[in-house]
Design a protein around this ligand. Structure first.
Ligand code: HEM
Length: 503
């Protein structure tokens, strides 16, 4: 047989194989009965393209609107838009364990220790989380308050300078940048014992920039891992400069962590609390400390800064709500230093605003992917075979107008205790359990107490100190829901006009 002939035969077999696979995916596959667009059900290509472009969350949300609460978004993947799925997928309940994570999505850098996020084995994860939890308890967060207050006060003073140096007592500020600066300084101070001084320099610095860009890169690589052969080829194609950059990040982390550990202090930072448990069996190994320190910086900055930006975005577009919040804060506190973690936690309207922002501006807008165990599992009454990817589409769920009155509008009132109890309120039957911005179960957010305290305090201090309104600039027109996600929301520039408070 000539080489040409052999090549034709191989091509013909390949085409036959692909056609058979497409037909199988649409007809005999165990998930064939679930609805979804045909091109998404027969190959994973559409999913990959959508995820690569950053529109997976909006595409899947549109599918839920069209096809209902269970949608097949790839041959072996289902998305759920049903609060009952929180328990079924993410929580240990009634003897059934939470569904595991998959190596396809979560992987550490070659040669580096797994962090809490990339540890797949549930027992190892539970052990690691128990050791790390010390840094996130109520009492740990209370001890971290001075450190958080210091950075939030610096944010206020930097913004005040901007207003005071302006000609007309008003400044246009890109909120996204400032929210990243303050959250990055807080979390690096807690992770490395020294902040990145982003507020001082009005810049995240080279290291910060590289780390944030790497989230998107890791997401794209995770998408491609669905096709093993592409990953194999990619690993060979990654330019040496990119590999050197990754090594550089790691060496900076090692240096910062080692420097902090060498300084014996009793600062209430994460490293102090992790170090107290010793090493090895009792505590975290060196490699785990380094990889978790990076996770803290990324997980603690990307999310909290998105929530704060989303809050200001909705508030300047809802002047009535902003007035109510301003009034609550300024009548409750005569002086700025009265605003403590405990004091702001007690304000009903402020807390309702934060919860409504959680509902509308989830930094992780689509599914937190899990895989059914080899023996299979049940989600919302659907008995599924093993190794099926499943997730809840958080944004579709919290914007579902069958679960929330005026679901796409910003109404903090829906969270007020008196509204929840009022039988005549249109918000009474809102399905509040649908919103789980920190997820639930053994893999839920370890930093949620810190995040709640940090976000609530920062928002309170900003609104207490400044009058905010819309900026008539292109970046002042941002529509939060139209942003892309990789998989964390991308946070486009968003400008607001600020002036010192008048009343
Ligand atoms: C408003 C802010 C925040 C939101 C909305 C948020 C949300 C989440 C969510 C949904 C998860 C689960 C991810 C998954 O299952 O794949 C998670 C996990 C995690 N978060 Fe947060 N987070 C926030 C702030 C923080 C902060 C401030 C820190 C630390 C300083 C942090 C550290 C972590 C870590 C380490 C995990 C992994 C936990 C585990 O695997 O057991 N987060 N977060």
């Amino acid at each position: 047989m000539s080489t040409l002939h052999l090549s034709h035969v191989l091509h013909a077999h390949l085409i036959q194989y692909i056609l058979l696979l497409l037909v199988y995916n649409l007809t005999f596959h165990p998930l064939a009965k679930y609805p979804g667009p045909i091109l998404w059900r027969c190959t994973r290509l559409k999913y990959l393209i959508s995820g690569w472009k950053g529109y997976l969350h909006t595409d899947v949300m549109a599918m839920h609107k069209r096809y209902g609460s269970v949608v097949r978004i790839a041959p072996n993947e289902l998305s759920f838009c049903d609060p009952a799925a929180w328990e079924d997928i993410y929580s240990n309940r009634g003897g059934a364990l939470a569904f595991p994570k998959s190596r396809v999505i979560f992987s550490s850098l070659p040669g580096r220790a797994d962090s809490i996020v990339t540890t797949i084995d549930d027992k190892l994860h539970a052990r690691m989380k128990k050791k790390m939890d010390m840094g996130f308890t109520d009492s740990a967060v209370a001890r971290q308050e001075d450190l958080v207050q210091k950075h939030v006060s610096k944010l206020v003073s930097k913004l005040r300078d901007k207003v005071q140096y302006s000609l007309d007592g008003e400044a246009i500020v890109n909120v996204v940048k400032w929210m990243v600066f303050v959250t990055l300084d807080i979390v690096t101070d807690l992770s490395f014992g020294e902040s990145f001084h982003s507020l001082d320099n009005a810049d995240v610095g080279e290291w910060g920039g590289v780390v944030f860009n790497s989230i998107r890169a890791q997401w794209c690589v995770a998408l491609l891992r669905h096709y093993t052969w592409i990953t194999w080829a990619l690993n060979r194609l990654i330019p040496r400069s990119a590999k050197e950059k990754a090594e550089w990040i790691w060496s900076v982390v090692e240096e910062k962590v080692d420097r902090r550990l060498a300084r014996m202090t009793d600062r209430p930072d994460f490293l102090d609390l992790w170090q107290r448990q010793g090493k090895g069996k009792e505590g975290l190994g060196d490699g785990q400390i380094y990889s978790n320190a990076v996770v803290m910086v990324v997980a603690g900055t990307e999310t909290s800064s998105a929530i704060l930006t989303g809050a200001l975005c909705h508030l300047v577009n809802s002047p009535e709500t902003l007035n109510m919040l301003t009034r609550e804060l300024r009548t409750q506190f005569a002086q700025e230093d009265q605003m403590t973690f405990a004091a702001v936690k007690r304000l009903p309207y402020l807390n309702a605003v934060v919860k409504e922002v959680f509902r509308m501006c989830n930094p992780n807008p689509f599914g937190l992917p899990r895989i059914t165990p080899p023996q299979g599992g049940t989600v919302c009454g659907n008995v599924l075979p093993g190794n099926v990817f499943v997730s809840i589409h958080a944004q579709a769920l919290s914007m579902d107008d069958t679960r929330f009155h005026k679901a796409t509008a910003f109404y903090p009132e829906r969270w007020l205790p008196e509204v929840v109890a009022d039988p005549s309120s249109p918000f009474r039957s809102d399905d509040r359990s649908s919103v789980q911005v920190f997820s639930i179960g053994p893999r839920s957010c370890i930093g949620q107490r810190l995040a709640m305290a940090e976000v609530t305090l920062t928002l309170a201090k900003l609104v207490w100190n400044f009058d905010f309104c819309r900026a008539n600039t292109e970046a002042g027109e941002l529509v939060w829901e139209e942003q892309r996600a990789f998989p964390v929301i991308e946070k486009k520039p968003f400008e607001v006009k600020i002036s010192l408070k008048k009343s």
